[in-house]
Design a protein around this ligand. Structure first.
Ligand code: HEC
Ligand code: HEC
Length: 320
């Protein structure tokens, strides 16, 4: 009887705590898969090395599906061992970002795919070759023609991959469950969230993806690029400027999502920060003009770790 009363009490208080006015929204618990056949084809293509010029690299080579959609490297390694120019962001939840890439040069997941497929340092391929190679494979000919009336085309390849990617959401993080009033955070984690808001991190990292919805300068309060040790400035440090050629877009980047950030080291477009502690310290200095205390950093890192969600359900369905 006592247990039931306590449970009832907890359930009621949890319900009363539903956090509707918070600046971060939880991910949906379930997402609909309107076309499982496309999703499955997209999954095959995402893992398909034939999409690279010499059949050695797939999308998954740099966006490991069993490692939160990243490769764990400061800068990715592409075809013929070519060193990439920037850090590979995760593909998990990337469909929720308002634009794709660090400098936002692609609007949609479909458009994004032109990049890696043709980029000489990633898959180094041409669409003509990619379509021709898939056409030699009976499995693909059948799979495409059962879904698309015009069979294997560039836009159908992009469509299938993007449909698969849109399924890669990571629901039910501890923080999302806290927002829904289903569980409590530890004192340290909750304190970290309060600091995240009161310091102003939330003015840039916010919304459903806790980032991914605006462009901001890296180094609002100081010259991050000059202070960076053992790394000279590169063209890609110019960020959004490369897309718009407007001076005010120099060093401007899409604010990254912080979901699963615990699992996606190293950090920033240049892969410069090796740990979350270092990334938070740098954010304090260069985005807020504050040297954060050890205590604040520890609390914020504890909060950031509550943003780790579940493996996307689509992978459990497809990988068995
Ligand atoms: C050689 C490594 C490599 C390969 C192969 C690769 N990517 Fe990427 N991916 C990257 C890097 C690096 C970036 C960031 C580039 C930038 O922002 O300029 C990126 C960015 C992305 C993004 C944008 C995410 C975001 O939030 O901005 C998506 C989506 C993506 N890749 C999907 C794919 C798909 C689909 C394929 C296969 C067709 C693929 N990638 C192949 C390294 C790779
Ligand atoms: C003025 C906007 C702004 C503010 C304020 C801000 N950030 Fe950021 N944050 C960014 C941008 C832009 C980047 C990407 C910088 C880059 O890659 O060069 C970033 C990157 C990050 C990253 C690395 C994510 C990744 O995947 O590489 C973390 C972690 C982070 N911020 C945490 C914080 C924390 C914690 C605070 C508060 C102490 C904060 N940010 C305040 C804009 C901001």
């Amino acid at each position: 009887m006592k247990k039931i009363v306590i449970f009832f009490f907890l359930a009621v208080t949890a319900h009363a705590m539903e956090k509707k006015s918070e600046p971060i929204r939880p991910l949906p618990v379930n997402i609909k898969d309107n076309n499982p056949e496309k999703t499955k084809l997209g999954f095959l293509l995402f893992n398909e090395k034939k999409l690279s010029a010499n059949n050695t690299i797939s999308c998954a080579s740099c966006h490991a599906l069993n490692a939160m959609g990243v490769d764990g490297l400061a800068k990715s390694v592409g075809i013929h061992g070519a060193a990439g120019a920037v850090n590979a962001p995760t593909v998990f939840n990337s469909g929720l970002n308002f634009v794709q890439f660090w400098n936002g040069r692609a609007k949609t997941l479909e458009d994004q795919i032109d990049g890696p497929l043709q980029y000489p340092k990633e898959m180094g391929n041409s669409w003509e070759q990619a379509v021709a190679k898939l056409n030699q494979d009976k499995r693909y000919r059948e799979a495409f023609s059962s879904i698309y009336s015009d069979g294997i085309t560039v836009s159908n390849i992009k469509n299938a991959i993007a449909e698969f990617e849109r399924q890669l959401q990571t629901p039910n993080s501890k923080f999302d469950r806290y927002l829904r009033g289903e569980m409590v955070l530890s004192e340290l984690e909750e304190g970290g969230y309060r600091r995240f808001k009161s310091l102003g991190c939330i003015s840039c990292h916010q919304g459903q993806n806790i980032g991914g919805n605006m462009f901001q300068t890296m180094g609002v309060m100081g010259d991050y690029f000059k202070d960076r040790k053992d790394m000279s400035q590169t063209e890609d440090d110019l960020g959004r400027y490369l897309v718009t050629k407007r001076d005010r877009d120099k060093f401007v980047f899409r604010v990254p999502s912080l979901r699963n950030v615990e699992k996606t080291a190293p950090y920033f477009h240049d892969g410069y920060a090796k740990t979350l502690e270092q990334a938070v310290d740098i954010m304090g200095r260069y985005q807020l003009g504050q040297k954060l205390s050890r205590r604040d950093i520890n609390a914020i890192v504890a909060f950031l770790k509550t943003l780790t969600g579940e493996t996307p359900a689509v992978l459990n369905r497809l990988e068995k």
